[in-house]
Design a protein around this ligand. Structure first.
Ligand SMILES: CCCC/C=C/CC(=O)SCCNC(=O)CCNC(=O)[C@H](O)C(C)(C)COP(=O)(O)OP(=O)(O)OC[C@H]1O[C@@H](n2cnc3c(N)ncnc32)[C@H](O)[C@@H]1OP(=O)(O)O
Length: 338
């Protein structure tokens, strides 16, 4: 590597480390120790293996190993049963695959694991993140409905706080984020996709969208803000009210996803897109992203507790519980009938 490119890389690394990163600073104050406080909950899986991962510092460590340079090495950070995370040492791009059968639904443990991994990849200096799924035909079915149906209130509050946290981390992430949407992506799955900087979706009989109204529930303001920022106000108005689930072709037409390609081309398309984005100076790119996203982030950051209170009071209403119960039963019925 020439001296000029070395010093440019150093300058970029310095700029990255100096960047006033409002979002992360804010969060690390709020949730220091998230990883070290295992939740004693239904199916707690965020445990020792996670803490073992945190001993590694893949991006920093591996960049030092460049001398021994295998040109394109893929380093696995292991699995915590719910996620498969690996980092490409030559590019500093991480791939995080959700693997929570049957449908990658976001439970408290899953969201906690996602938050911990985002923090870790960020603090390791990863430059890019691809979010995908290991499950065929499923990106994510969104929120785990059983978290919201007949809930324990303390857990319900923690569940929502952790979802907020995940959204804040991902929507403002310093990393280049690309969603590899190889399967259905309703509701919370669509939200996670929209948090990314770029979305590549597989063509086929898949759907994506904020379908909350079909469950009889109302997407909170920060969900709808994210949708408005992605597809514009008018399209969001229709989509939210109708609970519209778009086909890949419809989604690309309204800008809900950026590219639709055959399933077998998703990985290559994501890789070439990431390569393009990596050419942009990181600090300028991230500040540009924040310029557009910070007002939306701030709106939630300033009202987090109120948002949790609203969510809890809404979701625990008898009529809403009834709707959720009916929706769950219909899902189970459909699944049994297959
Ligand atoms: C102020 C309140 C705001 C709250 C915001 C909420 C946002 C959300 O994310 S709410 C969740 C909305 N999600 C959905 O509506 C998706 C529902 N699921 C599906 O449409 C389908 O499962 C699928 C298209 C994603 C996949 O279809 P597939 O045929 O492959 O699988 P299924 O047989 O339907 O499901 C398998 C299995 O998984 C259960 N399940 C599916 N989704 C969820 C879920 N979100 N939470 C919990 N469980 C889910 C489904 O009941 C089946 O279970 P069984 O095999 O045990 O019957």
């Amino acid at each position: 590597m020439s001296m000029a490119s070395k010093s440019m890389l150093n300058a970029q690394a310095l700029a990255r480390s100096r960047l006033s990163y409002r979002c992360y600073n804010h969060l690390s104050k709020i949730h220091v120790g998230l990883g070290s406080t295992p939740y004693s909950t239904k199916n707690s899986k965020v445990t020792a293996s996670h803490q073992a991962h945190s001993l590694l510092s893949p991006c920093k460590l591996l960049s030092q190993q460049k001398a021994t340079a295998r040109k394109f090495s893929q380093r696995s950070l292991g699995q915590d049963n719910l996620l498969d995370v690996s980092v490409d040492s030559s590019s500093g791009v991480a791939t995080l695959k959700m693997q929570k059968p049957p449908v990658n639904s976001f439970s408290l443990e899953f969201l906690t694991s996602l938050c911990i991994n985002l923090d870790k990849l960020h603090s390791d200096g990863c430059r890019g993140l691809v979010i995908g799924s290991s499950l065929p035909k499923i990106f994510s079915a969104g929120l785990e409905i059983t978290e919201m149906y007949q809930p324990d209130e303390a857990r319900l509050r923690e569940f929502w706080r952790t979802l907020q946290e995940f959204w804040i981390k991902l929507y403002g992430s310093q990393m280049i984020t690309i969603a590899a949407i190889t399967g259905h992506s309703p509701a919370g799955g669509c939200l996670v996709s929209m948090c990314c900087d770029h979305r590549v979706m597989a063509d086929g009989k898949l759907t994506i969208g904020l379908n909350e109204t079909l469950l009889g529930i109302v997407a909170p303001r920060w969900f709808s803000d994210t949708l408005i920022n992605t597809v514009g106000h008018r399209e969001a108005e229709r989509a939210l009210q109708l609970g519209k689930l778009y086909s890949p072709q419809e989604a690309v037409a309204v800008g809900l996803v950026d590219q639709v390609v055959p399933l077998e081309s998703v990985a290559a398309t994501v890789e070439s897109t990431m390569a393009q984005w990596l050419k942009i100076p990181s600090h300028a790119r991230h500040l540009s992203k924040l310029q557009l996203r910070q007002p939306t982030l701030d709106r939630l950051l300033h009202t987090r507790q109120e948002d949790i209170d609203n969510f809890v009071s809404f979701i625990t209403k008898e009529s809403i519980q009834k709707s959720l119960g009916m929706y769950l039963a219909a899902l189970k019925q459909r699944s049994k009938a297959k």
